[in-house]
Design a protein around this ligand. Structure first.
Ligand code: MN3
Length: 200
C-alpha cells in the first residue's frame, strides 16, 4: 500500500471553540501530509512495500526508525481525526464500552482523569491512550510516534500531545487542551467501534 491523506470527517471550523480552523489546517494539511509524503518515500524499495499500515507500523518498530516514525504518525492521525467530532465528549458512552471502563478503570470520571493525567505527564512529544491489553482497558502514554500497537495492546482512543496539536489554541496550557478534548471533542461512537474490533 501507499499512504494517502484522508479528508477530515468534518469542516475545518467544526471543532471550534475547542480546536480552531487554523490548528486543523496546519495539523492536517501540513503535519499529517508530511508524514504521508515522507512515509511513502521511505516505504519505496523497503521490505514493507505491499504490507498493511498496521503491519508496517509493527514491523518497522525498532528496525527502521525513519519509516516507523512516519508510518506510526500516519496511523495515529488517521484515527485521531475520527476520534473527534463536533459536540463530542459528554458522559454518555455506548453501553458495553462504559461497562468495561467502569470494570477496569473504576468509573467514567476516573478514566477521564487518568487519561488527561497521562497526556499531561508525557514528557515532550507523544500521545495518551485508552487501549485494550490482555482483555482489559488500560490508560497508556507513548513518546513521539509510538502507539499501543508496538507495546502489545490495541488502541481505542488516542490524543496527540505534540505541541502542534494545541499550541495555536492553548499555548503552553496542555492540561486545558486535554480537558477540552475529553469533555467536548471525543467521538465515543468511534471509540466503541475500535473497542468492539479490539475484543473480537
Ligand atoms: Mn500531530
Amino acid at each position: 500500500m501507499t499512504f494517502s491523506l484522508p479528508e477530515l470527517p468534518y469542516a475545518y471550523e467544526a471543532l471550534q471553540p475547542y480546536m480552531s480552523k487554523e490548528t486543523l489546517e496546519f495539523h492536517h494539511d501540513k503535519h499529517h501530509q508530511a508524514y504521508v509524503t515522507n512515509g511513502n518515500n521511505l516505504l519505496k524499495g523497503s521490505e514493507f512495500e505491499g504490507k498493511s499500515l498496521e503491519e508496517i507500523v509493527k514491523g518497522s518498530f525498532g528496525k527502521n526508525a525513519g519509516l516507523f516514525n512516519n508510518a506510526g504518525q500516519h496511523y495515529n492521525h488517521v484515527h485521531f481525526w475520527k476520534w473527534m467530532k463536533p459536540n463530542g465528549g459528554g458522559d454518555k458512552l455506548p453501553g458495553a464500552l462504559e461497562k468495561k471502563i467502569v470494570a477496569d478503570l473504576g468509573s467514567v470520571a476516573k478514566m477521564k482523569e487518568d487519561f488527561a493525567a497521562a497526556g499531561a505527564g508525557q514528557f515532550g512529544s507523544g500521545w495518551a491512550w485508552l487501549a485494550v491489553k490482555d482483555g482489559k482497558i488500560v490508560v497508556m502514554k507513548t513518546a513521539n510516534g509510538e502507539n499501543p500497537l508496538v507495546h502489545g495492546a490495541k488502541p481505542i482512543l488516542g490524543v496527540d500531545v505534540w505541541e502542534h496539536s494545541y499550541y495555536i489554541d492553548y499555548r503552553n496550557r496542555r492540561p486545558d487542551y486535554l480537558k477540552a478534548f475529553i469533555n467536548n471533542l471525543v467521538n465515543w461512537d468511534y471509540v466503541d467501534e475500535m473497542f468492539q474490533a479490539a475484543i473480537k
